[in-house]
Each structure stands twice: as C-alpha cells, then as structure tokens.
Design a protein around this ligand. Structure first.
Ligand code: XMP
Length: 517
C-alpha cells in the first residue's frame, strides 16, 4: 500500500481518497508509527499529511527520522513538508507571513518528476504560518510564491519530495496531477487498484474466512449493508441468508426495492420480518427523542436476534452451523475508532444491523478498507439497483425521529408521502449529487391556520432540511434553487392531506444537528 501518515488534521482521509482515485491502494497510519513498523508493511510510497501545528512548538507531532532513511519514496504535504525539511537539514522559519487560500505560484525550470509538464504559473491552495526558508542540501527548489521562496522541493535521487500547498484539495489547480506524478512517476507505482480487483480480493478473503459455515446479514435498505451482503454472496452463495426488519419506519417503496429489486439483482436469500405492529406498540405515547431512539434500538435488536436464532435452529436441523455475521463497517469508522478520542454523546445513534452483544458470531467485514464512494462503485460493478447504490444516508431509527411528537401510523403515512414528493423533485432537478441528504420532518404537534379552496385549514407544517456535507460531522444548509423549493412546496401542500405549510431549515451544523431528533 501507500501509507498516509496522519499529522492530526482532517486532511489524511482526503489524501487517502485522492491516492485511491489515482488507482493506488492507500491506508492511513498515525504519525507515531515507527520506522520498523513502516518497513514491516512494505509500502510502495509514503505521503505525510498536513496538520495544525508548528514544527518548533514543544510537543508538536513528529516523525521517526528512520522513516525518511528507508529508501521508500516519500512526499510531504504542508506540515509534513516542513517536518521533512527539518529532519533533512533544511530550515523552517516563522516568517510572520501567513498564506491562506488560493495562492498564485511559479514553477521553476521543468518542475522535475513532480511538477513536470505543468504551467509555470498556477493556483494552489495554501494554509500555513511557518515556511521552509532553506531546502535541505542536495534538494532542488521546484516552485515558489510571493511569500514562500521554497514552496516545493525534491531529490529525484533519494525519491524524497515535498510541497507546501495542499494538492489533495480541489482548489489546487493541478493537485491531483501532483499526487499522480509522485505515485506513478517518482515512486513508480502502477495505477491498477480498482473496484473489480477489490471484489476479487474480498471474495477470496471471505471464502478463506468462512469456509463452509453459514453467514447472516442484516439488511437496512442502505448502501453499505446491501453492498457488503452482495460481496459475501459472490463469495459463498447461499451459505448467506439476509434478514430485513420492516419496523414500519421506512420510507415509501424501500421495502419493495429490497424484497424485489435487490433480490432480483443478486439472487440473495432474504427473510423479511414484519415487525411493524410491534414497533408501533412500543412507541405508543412516546414523544421524547432519546426515549424513541432507545426503544427503536432495543426493539430492533430483539427482532433481529429472534430472526437470527430461528436461522441458527434451521441450520442445526440441516446439520449446519451459522458462525458469521456480516457488517458494513467502512474505513472512516475504522480510522476514527482507532483515533480513540472520546466524543460527547449528542444522540444515541444506532446502526440497523448493529451487533447484539450476546450473539456469538464472528464478523465478516468486506468494506473495512473502503470509503463510501468506493462502496458505491463496487455496488454498481455488482449490478445492484441504482436507487439503493445511490441512496443518501438514512438514520437507523428511520422516520421515527422525523416526526416531532408521538409516532403513529397515520402520521407516518403523512410524512412518507411528503418525503416521497421531496425526493422525487430533488432527483428530477438533478440535485442528488449536491445534497448530502434531505430529511423531511413532520411537526406533528404544531398546527397552523391556512386557506385552501374557499376554506380555512388547520394543518401541520413540513420542514425541509437539505444539507451539504463531507462526512455528516459538520454540514451547511444547501442553497436549493427557489423554483425547486416552490415545486416541492406546491406539491406537498396540494397532495398531502393535513399539511398546509412547508418551511425550510436554514441552520448549519453546528449548531443544529442534521436530524431534528
Ligand atoms: P445528526 O442528526 O447527528 O446526524 O447530525 C448525523 C448523520 O447521522 C445520521 N443519523 C443516524 N444514522 N443511526 C444511523 O445509522 C442513527 O441512529 C442515526 N441518527 C442520525 C443522520 O441521518 C446524519 O446522516
């Protein structure tokens, strides 16, 4: 792999993704990794990420100096560039000249392997206070800006490279080219990593892990569990059984898409548990958001456990054993849980298909090394239905946390209808790619006066909550075109009985969360 050394900003994940976009497999490692550990992983190249610190601050994150002596090609970015300069005998200075944002840069000479063939004048994205004031002995200076004399350096001989700017950021005009030059030309790594390879590799790994045992997977209707199950099915066929719990809090058409379209595309054996009444009963009279989440989580695990137990018994009857459970864990979860910093419990999230503590299964996690966009690419490669592959995030507790007030069958019908209209219009307007997700929320305990036809109405408001985000940790409200908002509003107020008002949520996260509960 190419190792991306994380110096503590959010940049490492982005770099890892860009490396993969160059069809080279990448993994993120902490900056505390030792040279021996690096050597043991036999990397084809190393990229040092940016970070928020200054290399001269006491306690600032450092790098085992042995890493630069391994003979592995290295490219440092921003803070990583400065760490390299310092370790290799160059100089880093507090110039007092901060560069931030789009910055004009001049490439010197032919640019070497890193900047070869690029225009002399270009725009790069900068974000730094300190600067490299002197390149290490034997290194060529490849570029400079008005305030930064050494904006990039290289030693083709030692295969060590560094850039002050952020090539992983789209605002850097030739950023991806710089990364590709480093990977393919300087480090000589072929770009042969793609979704087809990933599937083949995972299929082999799963077969070795699972042998002839049986496997269970909980499907949520979302993309992660759908793709995870499809890969496992490629590997072990009907040793896999999927369980889909209909808790009654799904959106319009979701159950049908799983039961019909997904099953037709994959040939997977599916057991649907219709638990709608059970969830309705458990939620009766409950209005507190955390209470709702806990009840839904609890009922879900109960239902899933019962279904799993039935499958275990069925297998026993046939002289077989169920030993494995599929989880759609993604790479960012793996990286973030390895980070180990505690975060405040804002909401008690739960994932549909989450592992009940006392079920004794081993985990099969075919997506553990993948980012979301890669999971979608693999889903398409496997021929899964587009509505599932392209599905935006949808919370485990479903529409239950989008009805403000008690959840009832009737209110669910209202919300499902309004949500279907909003989704239909956003898709028709070609906006799915721009929006991270758009919760549609029913304020069931609020009424307002309206007029329709000749009569007074006294109905409920529907809230649209379109957000743009990279990872759901922070988000901004999406500036949807007025005509699209108007169409959604007209249709919802005309077509959905009991809704007489549509309002738009214009709050970023923070301070608002994406969901209302
Ligand atoms: P918030 O509302 O915390 O949501 O800003 C962040 C992201 O998480 C989703 N979400 C959930 N996903 N189980 C899930 O699988 C949950 O309980 C849950 N609650 C919120 C939310 O839709 C958004 O994408």
């Amino acid at each position: 792999p190419v190792l991306v050394v994380d110096f503590g900003a959010q940049y490492a994940q982005l770099i890892a993704r860009r490396v993969r976009e160059a069809n080279v497999y990448s993994e993120i490692v902490p900056h505390t990794i030792s040279a021996e550990e690096v050597a043991a992983r036999n990397p084809a190249g190393i990229v040092l990420s940016g970070g928020p610190s200054s290399v001269y601050e006491p306690g600032s994150p450092d790098l085992d100096p042995g890493i630069l002596q391994l003979g592995v090609p290295v490219m440092g970015i921003c803070y990583g560039f400065q760490v390299m300069a310092k370790q290799l005998g160059g100089e880093v200075a507090k110039t007092g000249r901060r560069e931030y944002g789009a910055t004009p840069m001049t490439v010197h000479g032919d640019g070497g392997a890193l900047l070869d063939g690029q225009p002399e004048a270009q725009t790069t994205w900068m974000s730094h206070g300190d600067s490299v004031s002197k390149a290490p002995e034997g290194f060529a200076v490849l570029a400079s800006t008005a305030d930064t004399p050494v904006a990039a350096f290289a030693s083709d001989e030692r295969r060590l490279y560094g850039v002050q700017w952020h090539p992983e950021v789209k605002h850097s005009e030739f950023g991806q080219r710089v990364l590709e030059n480093f990977l393919h030309r300087a480090a000589g790594i072929p770009g042969d990593w793609n979704s087809g390879n990933v599937i083949a590799e995972q299929v082999e790994r799963i077969r070795a892990q699972v042998g002839s045992a049986r496997v269970i997977c909980g499907l949520s209707g979302g993309v992660d569990s759908a793709v995870a199950a499809a890969i496992v099915h490629e590997a072990v066929g009907d040793q896999l059984v999927c369980v889909f719990v209909d808790h009654g809090l799904l959106r319009a058409d979701e159950r049908r898409q799983v039961e019909e379209d997904y099953v037709a595309a994959t040939g997977i054996r599916l057991v649907t548990v219709d638990a709608r009444q059970q969830f309705m009963d458990a939620l009766a009279g409950v209005t507190d958001p955390e209470q709702k989440r806990k009840i839904i989580g609890r009922e879900f695990i109960r239902t899933f456990e019962n279904a799993a137990e039935a499958l275990v018994l069925e297998a026993q009857g046939e002289g077989e054993k169920v030993e494995f459970l599929v989880q759609g864990t993604l790479y960012p979860d793996v990286v973030e849980s390895g980070g180990g910093t505690g975060t405040a419990n804002i909401k008690s999230h739960h994932n549909v298909g989450g592992l009940p503590d006392d079920l004794q299964f081993q985990l099969v996690e075919p997506l553990r090394t993948l980012f979301k966009d890669e999971v979608r690419a693999i889903g398409r490669e496997l021929g899964l239905p587009e509505p599932i592959v392209a599905r935006q995030p949808f919370p485990g507790p479903g529409l239950g946390i989008r009805i403000i007030g008690e959840v009832t069958e009737h209110r669910l019908e209202i919300l499902r209808h309004a949500d279907a209209i909003a989704r239909e219009e956003l898709t028709a307007a070609g906006l799915d790619g721009e929006i991270w997700q758009c919760p549609v929320v029913l304020l069931a305990d609020v009424r307002s006066v309206g007029v329709q036809g000749d009569g007074r109405t006294y109905g409920h408001p529907i809230v649209l909550r379109p957000v743009s985000s990279e990872d759901a940790m922070t988000a901004d409200w999406t500036r949807l075109p007025y005509d699209v908002l108007a169409r959604i509003s007209n249709r919802i107020t005309n077509e959905v009985a009991e809704v007489n008002r549509v309002v738009l949520d214009v709050t970023s996260k923070p301070p608002g969360t994406i969901e209302w509960e």
